[in-house]
Design a protein around this ligand. Structure first.
Ligand SMILES: *[C@@H]1O[C@H](CO)[C@@H](O)[C@H](O)[C@H]1NC(C)=O
Length: 112
């Protein structure tokens, strides 16, 4: 009996995490990535780009949730830093930004 409950709970958890859509974006490039990581870590010690980290969604909130108290600081800091990055990286970052925001909002709903 107990085993059955555990097994059912485990399969529900599996379904919940499988419901997270695939984060199917091109890598930002080393310069832009370094900027977002550096700025993020200044604002939140556990900021991460690691998708397997429990802090990943929380980290995405800094650049994809406009209501986040640190959203402005993140955008300003990362934006200033990125100004020195290769144009191709900046263009890619901008090109993917909106779709990443949509992904973040869906993932957030799926994680609740
Ligand atoms: C950062 O991560 C550590 C280790 O997982 C945890 O103990 C700490 O509470 C985290 N800090 C914040 C602000 O989430």
């Amino acid at each position: 009996m107990r085993f059955t409950i555990v097994a059912v709970a485990a399969s529900l958890i599996a379904v919940a995490s499988a419901a997270l859509p695939k984060y199917d974006f091109k890598p930002d490039g080393p310069c832009v990535e370094a900027c977002t990581l550096k700025t993020g870590k200044e604002l939140f010690a556990n900021f991460t780009h690691d998708q397997s980290s429990p802090y990943w969604l929380q980290s995405l909130a800094f650049d994809h949730d406009r209501t986040h108290p640190k959203y402005r600081d993140m955008m300003m800091g990362a934006g200033m830093c990125m100004g020195a990055c290769p144009k191709a990286e900046q263009d890619l970052y901008r090109a993917q930004f909106q779709a990443k925001t949509v992904w973040y909002q869906d993932a957030l709903k799926a994680s609740k």
